[in-house]
Design a protein around this ligand. Structure first.
Ligand SMILES: [Fe+2]
Length: 192
C-alpha cells in the first residue's frame, strides 16, 4: 500500500491506457519506438471486469525476464486489461513460456488529488524458486512491480486535480476508449 499525490480518477485512466508503455515505462519494459496502438474492442472479460484484450511488444530483460519465466530479450505478450467500478483494474499477462501473471490494482481516494494505491499479484509458477543467491522469483516480481508503479506515480503526480468526466472535455483517441467507458459508467454511478 502506498499513498500517491494524484487523483484516483487519473490513476484509473492511466491503468487503462496501453499507449503510455513506450513513454512512461521506458525504464522497465516499454519499448520507445513501439508507439502504434492496436485497435481496441471493448468487451466483458469475465463476471466482474470490463475491458479489452491486446498483444504488446515489450522489453524482456533483467527482472522482466524473471517475471516472464524466460524468453527472448523482446517478446510479444498477450494481455487483457479491464475495470470494475469504482476504482479497480485487473491486468492479465499470458507469456509464451506458459507463465500466467495477474495484476490487480486499486485506487482509494483519500481526498481530491490524494489516493491509496494497492496491488495484488497472482501467478501460476513457484514464486519461492531461487533466481540467484538469496533472491526468489517473488522478490524479483514484487520489486519490478514497484518500479513500474513508481514510473506511473512520477508521471501522475505532475498532473493537477481530477480527470474531467465531461464528454468531449478531453481529446479521445483509440487508446482512450477504455478510459472513456470507465468515465461514462463512473459518472453514472456517482450521479445516480
Ligand atoms: Fe503504467
Amino acid at each position: 500500500m502506498q499513498i500517491w499525490n494524484t487523483d484516483s480518477t487519473r490513476m484509473i485512466d492511466n491503468m487503462l491506457d496501453i499507449s503510455h508503455f513506450p513513454y512512461t515505462h521506458r525504464g522497465t519494459f516499454g519499448i520507445e519506438q513501439e508507439t502504434v496502438v492496436p485497435r481496441i474492442k471493448l468487451e466483458q472479460l469475465d463476471e466482474t471486469f470490463f475491458g479489452y484484450g491486446y498483444e504488446v511488444k515489450i522489453n524482456n530483460v533483467g527482472s522482466a525476464k524473471v517475471m516472464a519465466g524466460g524468453g527472448d530479450d523482446i517478446i510479444n505478450l498477450q494481455m487483457t486489461t479491464g475495470f470494475a467500478l469504482p476504482f479497480s483494474v485487473l491486468s492479465t499477462m499470458s507469456y509464451e513460456t506458459g507463465v500466467e501473471h495477474k495484476l490487480f490494482m486499486t485506487a482509494a481516494p483519500i481526498e481530491e488529488g490524494k489516493s491509496i494505491y494497492t496491488f495484488v499479484i497472482w501467478r501460476n509458477d513457484d514464486v519461492s524458486a531461487l533466481v540467484e543467491h538469496d533472491r526468489t522469483i517473488a522478490n524479483e516480481v514484487i520489486d519490478f512491480s514497484f518500479a513500474v508503479g513508481l514510473e506511473d506515480q512520477m508521471m501522475l503526480e505532475k498532473l493537477e486535480g481530477q480527470l474531467s468526466l465531461e464528454q468531449g472535455a478531453l481529446v479521445d483517441v483509440q487508446a482512450d476508449k477504455p478510459s472513456l467507458e470507465w468515465r461514462r459508467r463512473y459518472k453514472e454511478l456517482v450521479t445516480s
